[in-house]
Design a protein around this ligand. Structure first.
Ligand code: ZN
Length: 307
């Protein structure tokens, strides 16, 4: 047994200490709907990810100024939407296939929701950190009663092998997306802009992937937007919306989409959730000297209605 001496006392070092965060969930009330952030984990990259759209020095400076680690590490979230009529998941985390994720089921358990309760999974897009949690290691579906809803361009893009000729680095990414589509073959519903479930409307936000989409949640006078991967590092890409990533499918289109949406959510003071926002997973965007500035939601003990 290891012993630790402090002054005249000896302490037996036999206690277990936690090695990771407790499950992360955070609830917001949007009218009659409860919208919950579910933390799946995190992923860490090198600064090469920014494909020279920002210098390493500038990117690191923005992270450090925001009190974040000086490396591009990002959280991965999914969102749960609960009303008296339906239980919906938006994205499903990465099932530990990319970083230290795969904690979606733990977060769902903390929210006291069973996989069989989920009526639909809405996808923002089909990258591994969004679809990984839909299937288990054998490729079987984990949400037996859920329909799978995504933009039609997203499904077509990943299913067409012609799009990946000469891109062997995307083989694994595509193979996971296709495995998921196979598992949910009988339950896939494709969509375009507009209402996809009661009170939930899809907005096509292409660029990061061809069918990348956000979801507007409306209940009475209240609303919020889950914007998917409009930013991966809010402290970098909100003040610098021109910063793109190596895995943006169409970087120029991504920047255009991001700029339009930033304007939209700022003008209307929209509460925004996103798959790579820091916990508790909600922000508002403000104007700042002709640019934009992110304001993160504070963790509040009460579930106050969003105005
Ligand atoms: Zn992502």
């Amino acid at each position: 047994m290891n012993l630790y001496r402090h002054g005249n006392h000896l302490y037996a070092m036999s206690r277990e200490v936690p090695r990771q965060q407790a499950p992360g969930i955070y609830r917001k009330q949007i009218g009659d709907v409860i919208l919950t952030t579910l933390v799946d984990g995190s992923e860490t990259f090198s600064f090469d990810i920014f494909s020279q759209s920002i210098s390493t020095e500038d990117a690191r400076g923005l992270l450090v100024a925001a009190n974040l680690p000086p490396t591009p590490s990002m959280p991965v979230n999914a969102y749960l939407l609960q009303s008296e009529a339906q239980t919906i998941l938006i994205d499903t985390g990465d099932a530990n296939c990319m970083g230290s994720g795969g904690r979606l089921q733990e977060a769902l358990a903390a929210a006291q929701v069973e996989a069989s309760d989920i009526d639909a999974v809405l996808l923002t897009h089909a990258h591994p950190d969004h679809v990984g949690g839909l299937v288990d290691l054998t490729g079987s579906r984990l949400f037996p009663n859920a329909e799978l809803i995504l933009h039609i361009d997203e499904l077509r893009f990943w299913q067409d092998a012609q799009n990946f000729v000469g891109a062997p680095h995307l083989n694994e990414v595509r193979s996971l997306a296709c495995k998921v589509f196979d598992a949910y073959q009988t339950s896939i519903r494709t969509a375009t802009d507009g209402e996809v479930r009661p009170g939930i409307a899809l907005q096509h936000l292409p660029g990061h992937t061809p069918g990348h989409s956000g979801y507007w949640i409306e209940s009475g006078e209240h609303r919020a937007l889950i914007w998917g991967d409009i930013v991966h590092w809010p402290d970098i890409q909100i003040p610098r919306p021109d910063v793109t990533l190596t895995f943006d499918f169409n970087p120029a289109q991504m920047v255009q989409t991001r700029k339009l949406l930033l304007q939209q959510v700022t003008d209307n003071r929209i509460l925004v959730g996103g798959m790579h926002l820091n916990f508790p997973g909600f922000i508002r965007v403000h104007r700042n000297d002709g640019g934009y500035q992110v304001q993160e939601e504070r963790w509040l003990p009460d579930m106050l209605p969003v105005l």
